[in-house]
Design a protein around this ligand. Structure first.
Ligand code: C5P
Length: 287
């Protein structure tokens, strides 16, 4: 039995860190949208063999196919609550840049939970899958369903929104290294990480983005991370010069994206920027 599942990346159109929690994590307010850039996972179940997991990774030589991989951890979490009878051979075709602020690992974990549930004829309901997703990582619950949502708490308190349409993206990963825990530390050390706005102004920013107005994008990490990532900073500037309506860093970086109202404009920008950057993707918002 063979089954294929896509794992879609996310971008943050708004990301504010609103406080540190007793468990060491941070409470966020973030607008996340699924985009068409994706990994592909294939699951093959050899029924006559005892349960074991074999993970193969294509497209990224730096990623380890061992128990540290979120795909592996998602399988382990799934089999705590349901059976998988046989040898599971998983092939992960990696297209989403890693440690990039695009939620690639989280998307892979969520895709694994969805696929195993499908492979096992849906023994677990949505609530159970969400509980498992929460244990695997802050962005995994959002990635289970995807679309457009306001996410609060660590990211697990999800309010679905109507997906954005008729906009085009150019996503550029600069390849610079950013550690997410260190990015949070930078925010902790600073006094003015949050969007300096009254609750009313904040509400207006959130609702304008929700309605597709892209001139109020915000990411609290940007002011700390972009000065340490000159290539990502340059990519953001270049996106605007190439006609992006707006550009922003995603997650804790170092990926930036530009929003275009016209597909041809986005494609031309991507073609131009491919001479300067290795990882340039034309993409779009999806449900
Ligand atoms: O949950 P995830 O594995 O994505 O988080 C990676 C790291 O980022 C955590 O170990 C934590 O240091 C930090 N983090 C945080 N608050 C969040 C999400 C992540 O402090 N809401």
């Amino acid at each position: 039995m063979v089954l294929t599942e896509k794992a879609y990346a996310k971008i943050n159109l708004y990301l504010d860190v609103v406080g540190k929690r007793p468990d060491g994590f941070h409470n966020l307010e973030t607008l996340m949208h699924t985009v068409s850039l994706s990994d592909e996972l294939t699951f093959e179940l050899l029924k006559r063999e005892p349960f074991s997991i074999e993970l193969k990774i294509e497209g990224n030589d730096n990623l380890k196919a061992d128990e540290s991989n979120l795909v592996f951890r998602a399988v382990k979490e799934f089999v705590k609550h349901s059976h998988v009878d046989g040898k599971l051979i998983i092939t992960l075709k990696k297209n989403i840049p890693v440690e990039a602020g695009l939620g690639g690992g989280s998307a892979d974990a969520a895709a694994t939970l969805r696929a195993l549930n499908r492979l096992s004829k849906f023994p677990l309901d949505e609530t159970k899958l969400y509980e498992m997703a929460e244990k695997l990582g802050s962005d995994v619950p959002f990635c289970l369903k995807g679309g457009f949502a306001l996410c609060r708490g660590r990211g697990e308190k999800i309010t679905p929104l109507s997906p954005l349409k008729n906009l085009h993206l150019v996503i550029i990963n600069s390849g610079e290294r950013v550690s997410t825990p260190d990015a949070f530390k930078l925010i902790d050390q600073s006094k003015n990480s949050e969007l300096q706005a009254s609750p009313n102004e904040k509400y207006n920013v959130l609702s304008s983005i929700t309605e597709g107005e892209m001139n109020a994008l915000f990411n609290a990490f940007e002011q700390y991370i972009l000065p340490t990532c000159p290539r990502a900073k340059k990519a953001k500037e270049e996106l605007i010069l190439c006609g992006a309506y707006s550009a922003l860093m995603s997650g804790s970086g170092p990926t930036v994206f530009g929003i275009f109202d016209d597909f041809v404009k986005a494609e031309n920008a991507a073609k131009k920027l491919q001479s300067d950057f290795d990882k340039v993707f034309v993409s779009g918002f999806i449900d």
